[in-house]
Design a binder for this molecule. Structure first.
Ligand SMILES: Cc1cc2nc3c(=O)[nH]c(=O)nc-3n(C[C@H](O)[C@H](O)[C@H](O)COP(=O)(O)OP(=O)(O)OC[C@H]3O[C@@H](n4cnc5c(N)ncnc54)[C@H](O)[C@@H]3O)c2cc1C
Length: 155
C-alpha cells in the first residue's frame, strides 16, 4: 500500500497505516519502528509541528520506497519460482538469498563468508575445476575447464 502523503494538519500516519511492502521480505516491523524513531526525533528537534511532520515524511519516504522496490523484486522471484525450482541446491540458495536485490554477491560474502566460499567451490567444481584449487569468483571461472564442454546458448 502506498499513500501520496502521510500527514494532514496535526494527524500523521506511520507503520502499516502509511505503507506496506510484500511480506516475502518481512520488513513491516522494522519500517514501523524506523518511522516511530524518525517521528520522535523530528518532533524533538524541529521548531514547529508542521516542520517536524514534513521532516519525518521527507526522511522516511525514500526508505519506504526502496523497501517497496525490493519487496516487488522478491514478489517477482516467487512469481517466477518455476524458473529456479530446478536449479542445483547451491545455485537455488544463492538465487533465493539475493532475490530482492538488497543482498548480492559482496553483501553475502560479508554476511556469511563460509557460505559464499562454498558456493564458489561448488561453482568451480561444477565447471570442472579440480577440488583442491582455491575457487575463483564465478565470473572468473574459465569456461571449459578441464576439457569440459562450454555451455551453449540453449543449454
Ligand atoms: C501474519 C503476519 C506475519 C508477519 N510477519 C512479519 C515478519 O516476520 N517480519 C516483519 O517485519 N513484519 C511482519 N509482519 C508485519 C508486521 O506485523 C507489521 O508490519 C507491523 O506490526 C506494523 O506495525 P504497526 O505499529 O504499524 O501496526 P500494528 O502492529 O498493526 O499496530 C496497530 C495497533 O493499532 C491498534 N488499533 C487499530 N485500530 C485502532 C483504533 N481505532 N483505536 C485504537 N487502537 C487501534 C491495533 O489493535 C494494533 O495494536 C507480519 C504481519 C502479519 C499479519
Amino acid at each position: 500500500m502506498r499513500c501520496r502523503t502521510w500527514r494532514s494538519g496535526n494527524v500523521v500516519l506511520l507503520g502499516d497505516a502509511a505503507h506496506t511492502a510484500h511480506f516475502s521480505i518481512g520488513s513491516g516491523t522494522r519500517l514501523a519502528m524506523g518511522d516511530a524513531v524518525a517521528l520522535a526525533e523530528a518532533v524533538r528537534t524541529a521548531p514547529s509541528l508542521d516542520e517536524a511532520l514534513a521532516r519525518y515524511e521527507g526522511e522516511r519516504f525514500a526508505v519506504v520506497e526502496r523497501t517497496q522496490a525490493a519487496a516487488a523484486e522478491s514478489l517477482g522471484w516467487f512469481a517466477r519460482y518455476h524458473r529456479y525450482a530446478g536449479l542445483a541446491p547451491p545455485a537455488f540458495a544463492y538465487s533465493l538469498l539475493s532475490r530482492s536485490g538488497r543482498v548480492q554477491y559482496d553483501g553475502l560474502r560479508r554476511r556469511d563468508p563460509a557460505l559464499l566460499a562454498s558456493l564458489e567451490r561448488w561453482y568451480a567444481e561444477d565447471a570442472g575445476a579440480p577440488p583442491a584449487v582455491v575457487a575463483p569468483p564465478p565470473v572468473l571461472t574459465p569456461c571449459g575447464w578441464a576439457g569440459r564442454p562450454c555451455p551453449t546458448a540453449s543449454s
